[in-house]
Design a protein around this ligand. Structure first.
Ligand SMILES: *[C@@H]1O[C@H](CO)[C@@H](O)[C@H](O)[C@H]1NC(C)=O
Ligand SMILES: *[C@@H]1O[C@H](CO)[C@@H](O)[C@H](O)[C@H]1NC(C)=O
Ligand SMILES: *[C@@H]1O[C@H](CO)[C@@H](O)[C@H](O)[C@H]1NC(C)=O
Length: 345
């Protein structure tokens, strides 16, 4: 007992939790420091479409003239291991990481590789969406909705809950991101099977759905007038419909997946001032107020027609992180699903 106790004290002393830096400068002051440093910040962002973060890049570069947001978007599951390689080689080229793989953040914090930084506005971020030492905070709330093409469902009652996807009229009309390619999609299948039982899954397979690779835009496929695909769940085009695509968050039946995307700065970031500017901007009221999604800040209301993510029915934005922390369970379930549906095509 005493041995282990002193061992853990030694471990704590070695890695330690370095004192957090709390930002006191204005965005314009950080902007000046970031320009002096070189005017670049390199962000690796989780996602499927290389252009998925163009809106963030444009907003940042417009707000801070002279700055370049060097952003690349790839699957969070692929980014994490590449970051580990950079850390192991002690050659960190990335400043900032915004990922869906929430299990990586506590691990990196324990390893002492994240900058303990509390951006301007940190105190307004819900406690549930940040690390108390500032090792990470969340950038945005993401949620998967039901999406359908209303032009392809003329005379058909659109799906309102996940169980509606089993109706015979949706046979051959369903397409999903393969759950084996994306943990957040896998989570949706887990939530549904927990709510309805495994028979739901067998019945869904009888609908002859396509399970497509992660990089394919499912909404785009459904939007094409020349495909038979008309409806999906486990993806997003935001909170609002974009004709002919209709966005619907089920208010009953199995819950839908929502989560707060992780955001951290690497301690050895080559552009620490650029990274601080990015994080202070992303957490700011002015940015959070124009994302079109739920905010991670208490003092920024949800978009018109929506309530705060915590009072949104049929989802819990904290469940996903806990589910992701239990890797054994996630991997077991992934292999179970993979065995039944094969590789995405
Ligand atoms: C932009 O990021 C890539 C890695 O994603 C890196 O190789 C490149 O050097 C960065 N560019 C600048 C100007 O820092
Ligand atoms: C549907 O149309 C798009 C855009 O014109 C085209 O790229 C795609 O190959 C077509 N798909 C099918 C299944 O015909
Ligand atoms: C968001 O911005 C709008 C328009 O600038 C403003 O009226 C509103 O008060 C802001 N809301 C919050 C919560 O910051």
């Amino acid at each position: 007992m005493g041995f282990y106790k002193s061992l853990s004290l030694v471990a704590l002393a070695t890695v330690g939790v370095s004192q957090a830096v709390t930002e006191t400068r204005s965005l314009d002051q950080i902007h000046q420091a970031a320009l002096k440093e070189g005017g670049v910040v390199t962000l690796w962002h989780g996602g499927s479409d290389p252009h998925q973060q163009d809106a963030l890049k444009n907003a940042f570069e417009e707000r801070f003239p002279g700055m370049t947001l060097n952003v690349s978007v790839r699957s969070s599951s692929f980014i994490g291991p590449d970051i580990d390689r950079q850390l192991a080689a002690k050659s960190v080229t990335v400043d900032s990481i915004f990922l869906q793989t929430l299990q990586d953040y506590p691990r990196w914090k324990r390893q002492g590789v994240l900058l303990n930084y509390k951006p301007a506005g940190f105190e307004q971020v819900y406690d549930e969406f940040k690390d108390p030492d500032g090792a990470w905070a969340s950038s945005t709330i993401n949620a998967w909705s039901i999406i359908y093409n209303k032009d392809k469902l003329i005379g058909i009652e659109p799906p309102a809950t996940f169980s509606d996807f089993l109706k015979p009229e949706f046979k051959n009309k369903l397409i999903f991101t393969s759950p084996i390619d994306d943990d957040a999609v896998l989570n949706t299948f887990d939530l549904i099977i927990n709510a309805y039982g495994v028979d739901f899954f067998w019945s869904l397979l009888e609908q002859n759905p396509r399970f497509a690779p992660h990089h394919l835009s499912i909404a785009n496929e459904i939007g094409q007038p020349n495909t038979t695909y008309a409806a999906t769940f486990g993806t997003t085009i935001g909170l609002f419909s974009q004709d002919p695509l209709v966005v619907h968050f089920p208010t009953e039946g199995a819950p839908f997946t929502s989560w707060a995307q992780g955001a951290a700065i690497l301690k050895d970031a080559p552009h620490p001032e650029g990274a601080k500017l990015l994080h202070s901007y992303v957490l700011s009221q002015e940015y959070q107020n124009q994302t079109g999604s739920w905010s991670i800040r208490r003092d920024v209301a949800a978009p018109k027609g929506f309530s705060s993510i915590f009072s949104t029915p049929n989802t819990n934005p904290l469940d996903f992180a806990h589910w992701m922390y239990d890797r054994e369970n996630v991997e077991r379930f992934r292999f179970w699903v993979q065995d039944k549906i094969g590789y995405p095509a």
